[in-house]
Design a protein around this ligand. Structure first.
Ligand code: FES
Length: 234
């Protein structure tokens, strides 16, 4: 499902919840409900300086976070998020983007899901992973910026495991889930700085160029990768 459709779906879920909510006691604080109904910083930044896409192993939901960074001071000037997640995830995304705006990258990295949960007046324990997902999305966007600007200090060698982990952050537009989970990647290899990725789609498929671009972006920024070859099956 596209983000726009997802947004419509979220709106309709919200309306249904609001309709049913008369007389029902939610396990959420008023603050969570307020941020869910009117989330701050929702949307996409065109040409972001950093972009993170994270999926939750616990529930399969996803969140994307975009940042604009002032190059001298490394202050996050703007931040937005898109969520495929639940009310807790949307509320946390709203709070952490508020917290991150105006902070330096190093300060924003220290924002924790516990801090977000406290800001929201607490979350049910079963919903902790939703908060973690939003925070991971923000951290992924910061890491993306750092990689693109040569600011990464821990230099892990790129292996097939690293490549597959990275590819979990590339969305399969056919399903709205990542390209690893949806078995779109047939093969990966890493040799002498060259990464090869075989995608189970014809080269003239409507989504092939977008998937290729995303793969190149995710792998090309790795410090020891010199070339990325994306190969389609036909
Ligand atoms: Fe998936 Fe909350 S249940 S993000």
């Amino acid at each position: 499902m596209e983000w726009a459709e997802k947004e419509k779906d979220r709106e309709s879920r919200k309306m249904k919840i609001e309709k049913k909510s008369e007389g029902i006691k939610f396990p959420y604080s008023e603050k969570v409900l307020e941020h869910f109904r009117n989330p701050h910083n929702v949307g996409k930044i065109e040409n972001p300086d950093g972009k993170g896409l994270e999926g939750s192993p616990a529930c399969g939901d996803m969140v994307a976070v975009y940042i604009k960074v002032e190059p001298e001071t490394k202050v996050i000037e703007d931040v937005k998020f898109e969520s495929y997640g639940c009310a807790s995830n949307i509320a946390t995304g709203s709070v952490i983007t508020d917290l991150a705006k105006g902070k330096t990258l190093d300060e924003a990295k220290k924002i924790t899901w516990k801090q977000a949960s406290e800001e929201l007046g607490g979350l049910p324990p079963i919903k902790a992973h939703c908060s973690v997902l939003a925070v991971e999305g923000l951290r992924a966007a910061i890491r993306d910026y750092e990689e693109k600007h040569g600011l990464v200090t821990e230099k892990e060698p790129t292996t097939e495991d690293v490549v597959r982990r990275r590819l979990k952050h590339v969305m399969n537009p056919l399903t709205g889930l990542d390209i690893i989970r949806t078995n779109l990647i047939l093969k990966t290899s890493v040799e002498a700085g060259v990464v090869r990725v075989v995608v189970d789609l014809p080269a003239d498929h409507q989504f092939a160029p977008a998937i290729k671009e995303d793969i190149m972006e995710k792998l090309g920024a790795l410090w020891d990768v010199e070339k990325v070859d994306v190969v389609f099956t036909a």
